[in-house]
Design a protein around this ligand. Structure first.
Ligand SMILES: Nc1nc2c(c(=O)[nH]1)N[C@H]1C(S)=C(S)[C@@H](COP(=O)(O)O)O[C@H]1N2
Ligand SMILES: [Mo]
Length: 315
């Protein structure tokens, strides 16, 4: 293998996150597609940018030719209630969120429960770039080039048993680092859940980055879920625990207001939120509304997971 230090990777630009990335990743070549991305960013986005991943492969699980939202849009309009309820807040208030050292415990109904350090997570499988549409329950959407691999890769490591019917996820919580948390109106830590077959679906992405770089804190650093066929709140950020369980786990928004937010929360233009229509959405950066697609346009891949289910009841 040809080892070379990418010319544009200046060590002065590497954040402390670099410390947990393995050396091999740093010394490999940077795909041409990512060169210059940093130059296109605004100065404030650059200050928030993470560490470039040199060996990201294009994924077959990408959407077609849709226009990707800008780094600026994706990193300054966020939902991350632990860091404030305003969409502009997390970009500011999560700036100093400490994401290294970090580990994720994978436990519960499995033969080999264990903790994975971030280094181990980054080394488990080749990193893929997947361009996914992301549809928030609040009827806005974005298109993001995520970096990661299927969650199934991580789950298979611990050998789930036949009692693993669901997966329960948990976000890190520390009120000292998240002083706005108590004003979020939600009980923390933020928790979410999936049925086991949903969690094992190849589209269910364990994400460690976006735009070819490690995730910025406001987007769920250092590791989060991305579930493109579900409303955004299912895509839980800054994961510290993944537990295989036998019965349906608690999910934060579902528990807070079950008549408004279901456990499944599959994007569905025909099932309205009690307070607003879900039939259309506004893509960030656009004025006209666009129609919302069933399963956010991923029906060919995921509809069979819900065969025979009444999606009006199981919203
Ligand atoms: N821990 C945690 N995860 C979370 C949230 C949150 O408040 N806390 N918000 C969710 C919601 S409502 C959305 S729309 C997405 C937003 O992801 P983004 O800011 O990266 O676009 O994160 C989801 N994951
Ligand atoms: Mo959301």
């Amino acid at each position: 293998m040809l080892i070379k230090k990418p010319a544009d990777l200046r060590y002065s630009e590497i954040t402390p996150k670099a410390l947990y990335l393995n050396r091999r990743n740093f010394l490999a070549g940077v795909p041409a597609a990512f060169l210059g991305a940093r130059e296109l960013m605004s100065p404030s986005a650059r200050a928030l940018a993470g560490t470039k991943f040199p060996n990201v492969q294009k994924s077959k699980y990408t959407v077609g030719d849709e226009k990707i939202n800008s780094y600026q849009e994706v990193t300054t309009y966020n939902n991350f209630y632990e860091f404030g309820t305003d969409k502009s807040q997390p970009a500011e208030t999560a700036k100093n969120f400490k994401t290294s050292p970090w580990s994720v415990s994978v436990e519960g109904a499995c033969a080999k429960p264990r903790k994975f350090t971030m280094d181990e997570i980054l080394a488990l499988a080749p990193l893929e770039e997947r361009i996914y549409r992301h549809r928030c329950v609040e009827a806005w959407s974005i298109v993001v080039p995520w970096v990661g691999y299927s969650l199934s890769v991580l789950l298979n490591q611990v050998q789930p048993t036949s009692k693993a019917n669901y997966v329960a996820f948990e976000t890190y919580y520390d009120v000292k680092q998240m002083p706005l948390g108590p004003r979020g109106g939600l009980p923390f830590p933020y928790v979410e859940g999936l049925r086991m077959d949903e969690a094992m679906h190849p589209l269910a992405l364990l994400s460690v980055g976006m735009f070819g770089e490690s995730l910025p804190p406001q987007d769920g650093a250092p590791v989060r879920m991305v579930l493109p066929w579900k409303y955004g709140f299912k895509s839980i950020k800054s994961l510290v625990k993944i537990k295989l369980v036998s019965s349906m786990p608690t999910a934060t928004w579902n528990a807070a207001n079950p008549s408004e937010y279901g456990f499944y929360s599959n994007v569905n233009p025909k099932v309205d939120h009690p307070r607003w229509s879900q039939s259309s959405e506004r893509r960030l950066g656009e004025f006209r509304k666009r129609p919302t697609l069933m399963f956010n346009g991923y029906g060919d891949q995921v509809a069979s997971l819900y065969n025979g289910m009444d999606l009006k009841k199981n919203y």
